[in-house]
Design a protein around this ligand. Structure first.
Ligand code: FES
Length: 102
């Protein structure tokens, strides 16, 4: 679900070592320059998303945890999209992009 509330059904490649942030950018689901600002280094939180489905995701690393501790609009189900690799286990994953930080 993008920041306008529009739901997109995305087929993300599992063989290209992409992460959620890169998929969002590739499919242009957020305006350029509003997501992936730090290049996927867990240093900007522009890729924050809310995980809506009950998939078991990779554990949060310390960088992600620390970034989310400083970010805006953080919820219990917040993750950084750049820290979650696309794998077949994510089939059916539902996420919503967090609002853009001011
Ligand atoms: Fe900057 Fe994910 S792209 S934290």
């Amino acid at each position: 679900t993008d920041r306008e509330g529009v739901v997109h059904d995305i087929q993300a490649p599992t063989d290209m070592a992409m992460n959620i942030m890169e998929v969002v950018r590739a499919y242009e689901l957020a305006p350029e320059g509003t997501i992936g600002i730090c290049g996927g280094m867990a240093m900007c939180a522009s890729c924050q998303c809310y995980v809506l489905s009950d998939h078991e995701l990779p554990e949060m690393g310390i960088d992600e945890d620390m970034m989310l501790a400083e970010a805006f609009y953080v919820e219990d189900n917040s993750r950084l999209g750049c820290q979650i690799a696309i794998t077949p286990e994510l089939e059916g994953l539902e996420i919503e992009l967090a609002p853009e930080s001011e």
